[in-house]
Design a protein around this ligand. Structure first.
Ligand SMILES: [Zn+2]
Length: 61
């Protein structure tokens, strides 16, 4: 009885590196929705989304 144990760890180095950066607060921001009007803030805002982890932030201009 042969037992084949496979260690499958799909670990793209770039992704791991990116997550480390995200943990440190260095997100890779890309513009999600440019210059929409935020009713609550009463001004134009831009939505940014982190390409790696998907965190969203909103910045008022
Ligand atoms: Zn991130």
């Amino acid at each position: 009885m042969a037992e084949i144990i496979q260690f499958r760890k799909p670990k793209p180095v770039e992704k791991a590196k990116g997550k480390t950066l995200c943990k440190r607060g260095f997100h890779k921001w890309v513009i999600d929705k440019d210059r929409r009007f935020d009713v609550r803030q009463g001004c134009l805002v831009t939505d940014y989304r982190c390409e790696r982890c998907g965190v969203v932030k909103t910045t008022a201009r």
